[in-house]
Design a protein around this ligand. Structure first.
Ligand code: MN
Length: 216
């Protein structure tokens, strides 16, 4: 994927995602926010899409947007401390964790896996990576998503239940993190439906914006 201001590409290894990392979003999904350990799921590396137009997925009548801070790693390891994990971060991007909410709700109710809800083709629109070397680590600031100019999601990075360093440390207790890994770090409240033709604009302070249109 692209790197802001550079001709180089960032080769993707894996995409990890964290669930329920903002209290207000946990509540809107019917859960109770707490400091229980974060839980993780994954998308395939080729789910990333960097394009003006994103294909609208089949087999859903409830496609949802989830704007998220994405962390890109250029080194890794197992059993990392929060400090070790921070040193592995190459940069950050703005991502949208596209979700077939109807299929996710069915899967949750039936105790089934989430792949059809979360890991479909082009389910991870993402901006170019902004290297830490340029802007440091965005730990506070606004994270927002608009649809057709209307503000849908609005949160603050400092309101994450699990801040990025601690979350990466926890993730590294399950998986050996590697260069090329991307981590979607959870979405603030306000998730909602996308329709074909919708224009999406996602922003995070310090990282610019990600814009795309849902194809019909
Ligand atoms: Mn998400």
């Amino acid at each position: 994927m692209g790197i802001a201001g550079l001709d180089q590409r960032f080769p993707i290894h894996r995409i990890y995602c964290v669930g329920r990392n903002f209290a207000a979003h946990a509540r809107e999904m019917g859960g109770q926010p707490d400091r229980a350990p974060p839980f993780f799921f994954a998308k395939p590396a080729d789910a990333v899409i960097q394009a003006d137009r994103v294909p609208y997925p089949h087999r859903t009548s409830e496609l949802h947007h989830e704007v998220e801070l994405v962390v890109a790693l250029n080194s890794g390891g197992r059993g990392l401390t929060a400090g070790d994990a921070t040193a592995c971060i190459y940069g950050h991007a703005i991502g949208v964790d596209l979700t077939r909410r109807d299929l996710q709700s069915e899967a949750k109710a039936a105790g089934r896996p989430w792949e059809t809800a979360k890991a479909f083709d082009a389910s991870a629109p993402i901006s170019d990576i902004v290297p830490v070397a340029g802007t440091g680590h965005p730990r506070q600031g606004a994270i927002r998503l608009k649809v057709n100019g209307e503000l849908r999601q609005s949160g603050r990075l400092e309101d994450m239940i699990w801040p990025v360093p601690e979350m990466l440390a926890e993730l590294s207790s399950y998986f050996e993190l590697q260069a090329g890994d991307l981590v979607f770090t959870g979405t603030p409240a306000g998730v909602g439906r996308l329709l074909p033709g919708d224009r999406v604009q996602a922003t995070i302070d310090g990282l610019g914006s990600l814009e795309f249109e849902m194809d019909g």
